[in-house]
Design a protein around this ligand. Structure first.
Ligand SMILES: [Zn+2]
Length: 138
């Protein structure tokens, strides 16, 4: 069952638990002050992806999937440091869920909300990111 590997608690994975335990009374790795910047910041993930790309070549997939994949790699790099090429490690459900939720396929859609003055605010962070890319080409 593919989900079995994910349905573990972060306290059951030694390396992740060590990271979690570095903060006094922290119950979950996703509440660690480093988790967001390392695994959920799209600019950090984009930069980390450039490193990946220079080593392994382009990842042909959607931006969201690339972010999820890079976030898992970041989590491993953060907690394990260096991991050998064919070494696989289990990732706890809490971290996987948080990353999936942050970079879900639905968030690629251009979702907008209308402000009281009639202007629109873009909600999708990926859209803002794309817009930044377009601005670069001007
Ligand atoms: Zn947890």
């Amino acid at each position: 069952m593919p989900t079995a590997k994910e349905s573990i608690c972060c306290q059951e994975v030694q390396q992740i638990d060590a990271k979690r335990g570095s903060i006094h009374q922290l119950t979950c790795i996703t509440r660690h002050p480093g988790f967001g910047p390392v695994c959920l910041d799209e600019y950090v993930l984009k930069t980390a992806y450039y490193q990946y790309r220079s080593q392994y070549g382009e990842l042909r997939t959607t931006t969201e999937e690339r972010n999820r994949y890079t976030a898992y790699r970041q989590l491993v790099r953060w907690c394990w440091g260096y991991l050998g090429r064919n070494v696989r490690v289990p990732l706890p459900a809490c971290a996987v869920t948080k990353i999936r939720h942050t970079f879900s396929p639905t968030s690629t859609e251009c979702s907008k909300t209308q402000n009281q003055n009639g202007t629109w605010t873009l909600l999708s962070s990926s859209h803002i990111y794309n817009r930044g890319g377009l601005e670069q080409h001007q």
